[in-house]
Design a protein around this ligand. Structure first.
Ligand code: PLP
Length: 445
């Protein structure tokens, strides 16, 4: 083809053209094979070209793909709603369907604000989030995000929401136990609520494991329990953004399940349909839906593609596949092996300051100096170099750079499909090692 008419992430760059995929592998049209070491954008959780999902897609398409949600419900969407109610903790029994993670978090933001309005507390309309966080690219979702690189051109248009520090165990203050540190970070929420005024705060939103801005940062035990207590004390809703961590990615159905904490809303995307079709969701508690039902009875959110039968059938097939093949348990087991192999790499290679993760969501942080943990200047783009080198060698790795200069260096995420075997993990590690060694060499020259 002479020229492209498609706007790509990096303008002017040529991208290989995908041909097909199978399991953890993708192949481009030149015949080159790639290990999908990050499930794309932590999305293709059950691997590529799974027959059951493709068959469900075809079967639904033969019946009906689209029927507008204001006119009809469908068996697919009702069954998917019931399945999510079964998976979700506590009384999180109601689901609002959308098509992307950004729509899911922005819907949660709107439902939180509407909930307080229905209760006659319309001043409660601010959302507290964390500096290191990513909740999506649309203006509402970006207002709640701490992703400096994505925010910076739009700051004047974003809501000026308060943000607190998220726990970052690798860089915790010396001499403080992990538990104390976790509680100190959680208590920042109380300080922020009191500063803004509890009558102004609708909700607190957080990723159970920090993803796109810092590379799989796992909070200390006790952190989310304390967050829940503070939210309850000040009538603030807790939204767990599980777009990246949900549907088994961390070795439990939802990230918050690791700490037995029940949020008021959970947002899902990515692994919910594992890349087979766009699908995302906001799961909402009985209390919130009862309140809105007794009030205006209408949720002020929604999109044309919300709750379309085609995407619902696909997502249902994905969740059934996860259950049938025990992929949540596999995520925990194989994820522990992946983390062990990454930690071995971290021992060996001077460039890696930290290897961390939970289940099949792992991260590496690159540092200038392992002893002092001094981060690289972001302009060095170390993670970008590792990602490019790995790509050249046939391994896909996901960037995790929040752009908070001097706080976190460059990080990457390793999050292969939950179906990956030990042998395939070994293959992934050997390519990753060669890629990092080659960047290390380049930096020394
Ligand atoms: N929330 C989290 C935790 C995410 O990781 C992402 C995407 O990376 C989003 C929301 C936004 O999802 P989407 O890119 O599907 O809009």
């Amino acid at each position: 083809m002479e020229r492209s008419y498609v706007i790509k992430p990096e303008l002017g760059k040529n991208y290989p053209v995908i041909s097909h995929g199978k399991g953890i592998y993708l192949y481009d049209k030149e015949g080159k094979r790639y290990i999908d070491g990050s499930s794309g954008a932590v999305t293709a959780s059950i691997g590529h070209a799974v027959d059951e999902v493709v068959e469900a897609m075809y079967a639904q398409g033969k019946e009906v793909s689209f029927a507008y949600r204001s006119h009809f419900s469908s068996d697919a969407v009702e069954q998917l709603g019931a399945k999510l109610a079964e998976w979700a903790p506590g009384s999180l029994n109601w689901t609002f369907f959308v098509s992307s993670g950004s729509e899911a978090t922005e819907t949660a933001q709107k439902i939180a604000i509407q909930y307080w309005q229905e209760k006659g507390k319309s001043t409660k309309n601010r959302i507290i989030s964390r500096w290191m966080s990513y909740h999506g690219i649309t203006m509402g979702a970006l207002s709640m995000s701490g992703h400096v690189l994505r925010r910076k051109r739009f700051v004047p248009l974003l809501e000026d929401y308060p943000a607190i520090t998220g726990p970052y165990p690798y860089r915790k203050p010396e001499g403080m136990s992990l538990e104390e540190y976790g509680l100190q970070c959680a208590n920042e929420l109380e300080t922020a609520i009191l500063r803004v005024g509890p009558d102004q705060v609708a909700a607190f939103i957080a990723e159970p494991v920090i993803g796109a801005t810092a590379g799989a940062v796992v909070p200390p035990d006790g952190y989310f329990q304390r967050i829940r207590e503070i939210c309850d004390k000040y009538d603030v809703l807790f939204i767990a953004d599980e777009v990246m961590t949900g549907v088994g990615r961390t070795g439990k159905a939802f990230g918050v399940d690791h700490w037995g904490v029940v949020p008021d809303m959970i947002t899902l995307g990515k692994g919910m349909s594992a890349g087979y079709t766009p699908m995302a969701a906001t799961i909402v508690s009985e209390e919130i839906i009862e309140t809105i039902t007794k009030g205006t009875g209408l949720i002020m959110a929604g999109h044309t593609y919300s709750a379309n039968p085609q995407s619902a059938a696909v997502s249902l097939a994905v969740l059934n596949y996860v259950e049938k093949h025990h992929l949540i348990q596999k995520s925990a087991e194989q994820g522990a092996y992946l983390l062990q192999r990454l930690q071995e790499l971290a021992e060996e290679l001077p460039l890696i300051g930290d290897a961390r993760g939970l289940g099949m969501l792992c991260g590496l942080e690159f540092v200038k100096n392992k002893q002092t943990k001094e981060p690289f200047e972001l302009s060095k783009n170390v993670s970008g170099k590792v990602i490019a080198k790995a790509f050249e060698k046939g391994l896909l790795v996901y960037p995790a750079v929040g752009g908070i200069e001097g706080v976190a260096g460059d990080c990457v995420i390793l999050a292969p499909p939950l179906t990956i075997t030990k042998e395939e993990i070994d293959e992934l590690i050997s390519i990753l090692k060669a890629a990092i060694e080659s960047v290390q060499q380049e930096l020394q020259e």
